[in-house]
Design a protein around this ligand. Structure first.
Ligand code: PGA
Length: 245
């Protein structure tokens, strides 16, 4: 399976900038080995989907509600994202878990809602700096996998150590190799054979300068890129470092 390079634009870009960024990425995306995805704010999904129509770049959301519809002021349902042109959705990002109190159980419900709406979920897991300092990284991530993923699971996992997000600190190659091997084992233990093929993305300060070495690590199925996905040249350089699988 090709590696997936996903851009998480977070709460960046006004509409015009989002469309220009999407066009810049699409212009260099042909013939790449990787699968490419960009995740703008929900408000821009439709405009970005229109700009990317016919290109090699897919569009996703950054979150969705666990209900199909209903009285949930300010929330966005998975079928709405799908309707706007999204094919994917990031769920359980640490910024959602921390800033919005999202629990594993809620992430699991959102994942079910996403799949039901025809979206491919990218479920994020990862330990905090304190948890790593306490030697709890595998325990924490094991619980997150057990609690956040429905069975069966038709999606992608993103391992994002919280202390590496937006900090410029990347996990060492050894840490990434250890954690991805652990996640693969957990997936196989919890999901049997189906756990062998789930793509496990690495996220946390991925940039053009470190992408090739991170993407060459066994069990790394791609990257979830924040800051560096806001620059088309940088994002495309990361995408060129990816492997066809
Ligand atoms: P970063 O963000 O690449 O800016 O560290 C990654 C993410 O939050 O998905």
């Amino acid at each position: 399976m090709p590696q997936l390079i996903a851009g998480n634009w977070k709460m960046h870009c006004l509409a015009e900038q989002a469309v220009a960024l999407a066009q810049g990425i699409a212009a260099g995306a042909h013939g790449l080995a990787a699968e490419l995805l960009v995740c703008p704010t929900a408000l821009h999904v439709a405009a970005v989907a229109r700009a990317l129509h016919g290109s090699a770049v897919a569009v996703g959301g950054q979150d969705c509600h666990q209900s199909r519809q209903g009285a949930h002021t300010g929330d966005i349902a998975a079928p709405m994202l799908r309707d706007a042109g999204a094919g994917w959705v990031i769920l359980g990002h640490s910024e959602r878990r921390q800033n919005h109190g999202e629990t594993d159980e809620l992430v699991r419900e959102k994942t079910l809602a996403a799949v039901e709406a025809g979206l491919i979920p990218i479920v994020c897991v990862g330990e905090t700096g304190d948890q790593r300092a306490g030697g709890q990284e595998t325990e924490v991530v094991g619980w997150q996998i057990a609690g956040s993923l429905p069975k069966p699971f038709a999606g992608v996992i993103a391992y994002e150590p919280v202390w590496a997000i937006g900090t410029g600190k990347t996990a060492t190659e050894e840490d990434v190799a250890t954690m991805h091997a652990f996640i693969r084992e957990e997936l196989q233990r919890q999901f049997g054979n189906a756990g062998q093929t789930v793509r496990i993305l690495y996220g946390g300060s991925v940039k053009a300068a470190n992408a090739a070495s991170l993407l060459a690590i066994p069990n790394v199925g791609g990257a979830l890129v924040g800051g560096a996905s806001l620059d088309p040249t940088e994002f495309l350089t990361i995408a060129r470092a990816a492997q066809a699988g």
